[in-house]
Design a binder for this molecule. Structure first.
Ligand code: ATP
Length: 261
């Protein structure tokens, strides 16, 4: 379980990016976080793996207070948390499988990574992860020869091979075309359902958020203004989350179009 209690995050320049955040996310939930640019979505998910530090309150992951963890504790926390970025963060000049192998075993000694010495078990795990996201046939292809959607799947496979309990995804489909974005969201859904991994996604595409997530959290100016089931998100809720930026009187589909375009 992930638990935020009265969490605040103030950046050194004084900007209060998160204010009084209270949240509980159970193991196995699929949550989409939506909100305007600058609302605090990235900050919120990045506090969970300590890419950012909170400045007040308490943040627990599986009952461990993570805000006070130091070196070894942070590494241990990150072993259980996979992170997916909009820009994939892959080494593009090496093969798909090498990307999965190198990054999926964080505690591996550097010499083994450099020489590419991997056990049969590690290779099997990497190949299984690639199979799960449908790109096993690309295992020995260089990453720079893949499409954006395929690269995001490599990133997902790399995270899966790490066998995390939680996957944090920061705008994972923002640079993909609509069809590919749907497919990658489908991968997240399958992983969430079959492996019971918690999935927490920051996403600008409201339609995708509502279609794939079970729970939606709406953030506005660092505060949670909606937390509920995706099917309960109405025009009014969108209006509230998007600060009235959605045209008055527009119906839900117009509202969604306005905020997804
Ligand atoms: N390192 C930083 N130092 C100071 N302010 C920051 C820093 N990172 C983010 N901010 C500010 O904190 C606020 C929240 O930013 P955040 O990136 O979390 O928003 P977001 O909702 O993820 O936006 P986007 O959808 O554009 O990625 C913004 O006002 C942003 O400018």
């Amino acid at each position: 379980m992930i638990e935020f209690k009265q969490v605040k995050k103030q950046y050194p320049n004084g900007l209060l990016a998160l204010n009084e955040i209270n949240l509980q996310i159970e193991q196995g939930e699929f949550v989409a976080i939506i909100g305007l640019s600058g609302a605090g979505k990235s900050t919120l998910i990045r506090c969970i793996n300590r890419m950012h530090d909170i400045t007040d309150g308490s943040l627990l992951v599986d009952d461990v207070e993570i805000s006070t963890l130091k070196g070894k504790g942070i590494r241990q926390l990150r072993r259980n948390i996979g992170m997916i970025f909009q820009s994939f963060n892959l080494v593009t000049r090496i093969s798909v499988i090498k990307n999965v192998l190198v990054s999926s075993v964080p505690e591996m000694p550097l010499w083994r990574k450099v020489l590419g010495v991997f056990t049969e078990e590690e290779k099997k795990r990497a190949l299984m992860a690639l199979d799960r996201v449908g790109i096993l046939d690309k295992a020995y292809v260089r990453v720079d020869q893949l499409s954006g959607g395929q690269q995001q799947r490599v990133a997902l496979a790399r995270t899966l091979a790490q066998n995390p309990k939680i996957i944090l995804a920061d705008e994972p489909v923002a640079s993909l075309d609509p069809v590919t974005a749907n497919q990658v969201m489908e991968d997240f859904r399958q992983i969430n359902k079959e492996l019971n991994m918690t999935v927490l996604i920051n996403i600008h595409h409201v339609e995708l958020a509502l279609e794939f997530a079970n729970r939606v959290i709406g953030i506005r100016a660092g505060e949670i203004v909606y937390d509920g089931r995706a099917e309960d998100v109405t025009d009014e809720v969108l209006h509230q989350i998007y600060n009235g930026s959605v045209e008055e009187g527009g119906n839900l589909s117009h509202a969604r179009e306005a905020v997804t375009n």
